[in-house]
Structures are given as structure tokens and as C-alpha cells.
Design a protein around this ligand. Structure first.
Ligand code: DI6
Ligand code: FE
Length: 416
């Protein structure tokens, strides 16, 4: 039963609920709909006519605009020191990403800058990137570590990520990525470094509650499937869900490995093969596509989108915002690229930045669709049809974002 008075009502809206049980099509569309929220949660979504009698503390007239779930960027590295514009210039001169990495640039140069920065400095420098994401209606951002590569610095990165959630009205989901690259002091001993990831870094990060999941980079320039399997076992021992950067530059069977370990997601996937697709479909592992990295590296091999779709694998889209391979702070642009470069439909791109992104974070029960019981995280857009979100390039149609049932930056309902 609905109370007569709720905290928030959004009315006069065209709603892409992303919940096919509620509205029409895969986007679950309701024309002339309304949404009611109480204590930060959605308590009702349906045709406006059903909510005429309801009164609200805050009434938002969407004036016919489109409302979607708050956007979710489910794969970022926004916390990091420095930038790699110089390395990009080298690559434009002809050096490959692998060559730059082997020459001591690449991830390791960001590690140096990240280690040199304080927790406060890391949070401060990430804020401008975060703000760019939020400006487009993003309400949840995943943030990975992976540029500290020792216990203190990995923990520092994750604490900096945590600060972002206090500095801005956004949900931050943190992922421990100790197995991102080999730090210089490991002097080529990947096995000993993985010992440190599993035996020191992960226990510390898990013990302090600094991570919601564990990720790794399975690649010739990073870690082998055997090494990644050890990280997954350690994550399991600490009851943390896993994800994996897999098949970005070559096919090492990382996605299948991740799926066999019950991973939430396998990400990148340009070189994903049939076995990987089958394993992901079987395990319900989400495919997270990162077209910004594909674009920025000048990659030509595309992820097997049609096969993933046919196999029924859920497909998410994210920015991969990072200084080396995807200095991109627009999730709408990632959606555009997922459509133009990878041939997702605009509907799939929107689902990929909402419903499917929530699944990749293990948060499908809480966010990602406009469904009663979920967090009231919404984005209101000045568009005529949902496809416009992925259609435009470098244009921001956000009218208003709502986080936890309140206008972003506004008063939190129920707070004194
Ligand atoms: N794959 C990527 O695209 C990023 N990390 C990863 O595992 C690149 C990170 C970087 O180059 O700084
Ligand atoms: Fe990444």
C-alpha cells in the first residue's frame, strides 16, 4: 500500500524503465508515466493516472522529457596520478602500446605518479574526471585500484576512491586490481608478485573493507591465466566477487577462466573466441565492452558482438577511463562508440550503461532499472527518443539527475 504522501514524485515523464515487465519493449517504456520515491527508494512506477491522488514533498514535472535509470559507469580507473599525453604522442609516431609498456612507459609510469601522490591529491585529481561523468547523469561509478601495485599504495588508491563518494553525490563501487601490471621492483618475477597480491595486498584491502570486488589483467604484457587463477582463489577466500580484463590484445582464454570461476564480468573481449563466449553464457558472466580503449589504441579487431548477443550474454558498456588507453570521461560517448564501432543497437547501448552495467557490478537487485524497491537513481534527459543518447557525439542532453530520491546536490529526503 502506498502512503498518501511520499518524498518525491517525478510526473509527466516518458520513462525508459529498462524493466520489460513494467513497460513496452526491452527498454520497458512507459509514455506518460510517473515515479514515486520514499526514503531514497522507488516505491511506485507506472502510468501517471495511477498516481494522481498522491502528494509529494518534492514534485518534479518532467514536462514530457525522457527519464532513464541513473547511468552506471561499471569500469573505470579514474583514480590515478599524472597523465600519459607524452606516451600518446609516441604512439602517434608509430610505437605500439606493448612497445611503450616494454620501454618502461605505459602503466608503470602511471604507477610512479600514483605512488608519489597523497590520498588527498589522488581524490582531488580524480574529481574533475568524476564531475565530467556525473554531468551526464551517471549516478554510480566503479573505480579500480591497480596503479599502486604494493599494499600501501593499493590501499591508498581505494581510500581515495572512497573519498569521492563523500565529496560528490554518487555511489562509488571499488575494485581491487593489484594484478594489473608488474611493478618495477618485482624485476620480472611475476610469480612472487602474485604471491604478494594474494598474500598481502588482498588480505589487507579485504580486511579494511576497501574493495567490493577483485579484478586482474590477463594478457601477455600482464599476467597469465594460471597467475590470474591464483588471484581468483584468493578473492574467493575473502568472499569477494571477481571480474577480469580479458582478451583485450590477444586470446589467452581469460574470459573462459573468469566464467568458470563465476566472474561477474569479463571486460574488453576484442579477441574473445567461441569457447569464451560459451563459458560466459553458461556462467551468466557479463561482457563489458570498452570501445574507448579500442578507439584510442587504433585497434581493428572488434569484440564478437553478434555472437555474444546470439549466445544470450548480457552486454554492458563503460568508459574504461584511464590515462593510457582510454582517457575518456563521457559514458554517452562510450555508448555512441559501442553503437558506431561495435554495432550495438542504441537500445543495447542504453541497457549496457544501466541494467547490464548494474549486473556487472553485482548490483542488479539495487540499481540499473526503474523498478519499485530499487534505489531512486534517475537521469532526466532533454531528448525526443532514447536513441538520441547514443546518437550525438560530444553533446550532453542531461536536464537533471536524481540520486537516492533527491535532486543531485539537493536535500536528501529524510535528512534533518
Ligand atoms: N587494460 C586497459 O586498457 C587499461 N588497463 C588494462 O588492463 C590500461 C591501463 C593503462 O594503460 O594505464
Ligand atoms: Fe580497464
Amino acid at each position: 500500500m502506498l502512503a498518501d504522501r511520499v518524498d518525491l514524485i517525478v510526473r509527466n515523464a516518458r520513462i525508459a524503465t529498462l524493466d520489460p515487465r513494467i513497460g513496452v519493449g526491452t527498454l520497458g517504456i512507459l509514455e506518460r508515466g510517473a515515479i514515486a520515491a520514499q526514503d531514497g527508494r522507488i516505491v511506485h512506477v507506472g502510468p501517471q493516472s495511477e498516481m494522481q491522488a498522491l502528494e509529494a514533498e518534492t514534485l518534479i514535472d518532467a514536462e514530457g522529457r525522457w527519464v532513464t535509470p541513473g547511468l552506471i559507469d561499471c569500469h573505470t580507473h579514474i583514480v590515478h596520478g599524472g597523465n600519459r599525453a607524452g606516451e600518446w604522442e609516441m604512439r602517434l609516431e608509430g610505437a605500439s602500446y606493448e612497445e611503450v609498456a616494454r620501454a618502461g612507459g605505459g602503466i608503470v609510469s602511471t604507477v610512479r605518479a600514483t605512488r608519489a601522490a597523497s590520498e588527498e591529491e589522488l581524490a582531488a585529481s580524480a574529481l574533475s574526471r568524476l564531475d565530467a561523468l556525473l554531468a551526464e547523469g551517471v549516478t554510480t561509478v566503479e573505480v579500480k585500484s591497480g596503479y599502486g601495485l604494493d599494499t600501501e599504495n593499493e590501499a591508498k588508491m581505494l581510500r581515495a576512491a572512497g573519498r569521492l563518494g563523500a565529496l560528490r553525490d554518487v555511489a562509488i563501487v571499488r575494485t581491487f586490481l593489484g594484478a594489473h601490471a608488474l611493478p618495477p621492483e618485482a624485476e620480472g618475477n611475476t610469480s612472487a608478485y602474485i604471491d604478494a597480491v594474494c598474500g598481502e595486498q588482498l588480505p589487507r584491502v579485504a580486511g579494511e573493507g576497501l574493495a567490493d570486488a577483485v579484478d586482474g589483467f590477463c594478457e601477455g604484457i600482464a599476467f597469465s591465466p594460471e597467475e590470474i587463477a591464483r588471484v581468483f582463489e584468493a578473492a574467493k577466500a575473502h568472499s569477494l566477487p571477481i571480474r577480469l580484463h580479458a582478451e583485450q590484445l590477444s586470446d589467452l582464454g581469460g574470459a573462459a577462466l573468469a566464467a568458470r570461476h563465476g566472474a561477474l564480468s569479463a571486460d574488453h573481449l576484442e579477441y574473445l573466441g567461441e569457447d569464451g563466449i560459451a563459458a560466459m553464457a553458461k556462467a551468466g558472466t557479463v561482457a563489458v565492452l570498452l570501445p574507448g580503449a579500442f578507439y584510442f589504441l587504433g585497434e581493428t579487431q572488434k569484440p564478437p558482438v553478434a555472437k555474444l548477443r546470439d549466445a544470450g550474454v548480457a552486454i554492458a558498456v563503460a568508459t574504461d577511463c584511464n590515462p593510457g588507453t582510454s582517457p575518456m570521461t563521457s559514458l554517452l560517448l562510450a555508448m555512441n562508440m559501442a553503437s558506431t564501432l561495435f554495432r550495438l543497437t542504441p537500445e543495447e547501448a542504453l541497457a549496457g550503461a544501466t541494467r547490464e552495467a548494474a549486473k556487472a557490478l553485482g548490483r542488479g537487485e539495487r540499481i540499473g532499472t526503474i523498478t519499485a524497491g530499487k534505489d531512486c537513481d534517475l537521469a532526466i534527459f532533454d531528448i525526443e527518443r532514447p536513441a538520441e543518447l547514443a546518437y550525438r557525439i560530444g553533446f550532453n542532453p542531461l536536464h537533471l539527475a536524481i540520486r537516492g530520491g533527491a535532486m543531485r546536490g539537493g536535500r536528501v529526503p529524510g535528512a534533518a
